[in-house]
Design a protein around this ligand. Structure first.
Ligand code: AP5
Length: 192
């Protein structure tokens, strides 16, 4: 595996992708890129992108694949992502997985690993409701989980089939999860 890792954090809403991506970014020296965060910033700033996606996000549905492709291509081709990245929240559908491969292939790059954070559903709901983000109302959380099962969960098998999937138990204290991910990536000892 190359030094500057190119990895995806995959998991249900509330599984800890954002929390772990932020911690691992500093340890691994690559940027954490959260598509949810990129979209939320666009909504807050009232950009054309933000105006297109605000309603969809508030309902817990997915932004369409073509629009996400533009957002992700622009972010992954920026200077700080050249040496690697931790992608949180993308890909979320089989077409998005194809787009990611295309973006990387255009630059003679490929994914090193996909970390799947495994957390039971009742814990996911509890975590989201405790956080109180704008889309963390119970009915929206349940819709995000439904959309996850329908559109994103099939990617677990897809990446497993490609030999890229690393399963990590995400229902543990945060430090243990961080250590588990680093071990799964072959980077043990980089977190105390
Ligand atoms: P996004 O921001 O990606 O939301 P999500 O996938 O629903 O994920 P969350 O942020 O809820 O959870 P997380 O897994 O990051 O967990 P976190 O670390 O925050 O996307 C939002 C929306 O944007 C989508 O619904 C969609 O509309 C749109 N979107 C984004 N990407 C898209 C794409 N590719 N295509 C189409 N649309 C897209 O942790 C959750 C809570 O749990 C926190 O309070 C945290 O402190 C706590 N916690 C974390 N780990 C632990 C632990 N080990 N123990 C106890 N508590 C923990």
């Amino acid at each position: 595996m190359a030094d500057g890792i190119r990895a995806v954090l995959l998991g249900a809403p509330g599984s800890g992708k954002g929390t772990q991506a932020d911690r691992l970014a500093s340890v691994l020296g690559v940027p954490a890129i959260s598509t949810g965060e990129l979209l939320r910033r666009a909504v807050t700033a009232g950009t054309p992108l933000g105006r297109k996606v605000g309603e969809v996000m508030a309902a817990g549905r997915l932004v369409d694949d073509a629009l996400m492709a533009e957002v992700v291509r622009e972010r992954l081709t920026s200077r700080d992502a050249r040496g690697g990245f931790l992608l949180d929240g993308y890909p979320r559908t089989p077409p998005q997985a194809e787009t990611l491969d295309e973006i990387l292939a255009d630059r003679d790059q490929k994914l090193d690993a996909v970390v799947y954070l495994d957390v039971p559903e009742e814990i996911l709901v509890r975590r989201a409701l405790a956080r109180r983000r704008a889309d963390d109302r119970e009915e929206v959380v349940r819709e995000r989980l439904r959309v996850y099962r329908e559109s994103t969960e099939p990617l677990v098998g897809h990446f497993e089939g490609r030999g890229l999937l690393r399963r990590v138990d995400g229902d543990r204290p945060m430090d243990e999860v961080t250590r588990g991910i680093l071990a799964a990536l072959g980077r043990n000892g980089q977190w105390c």
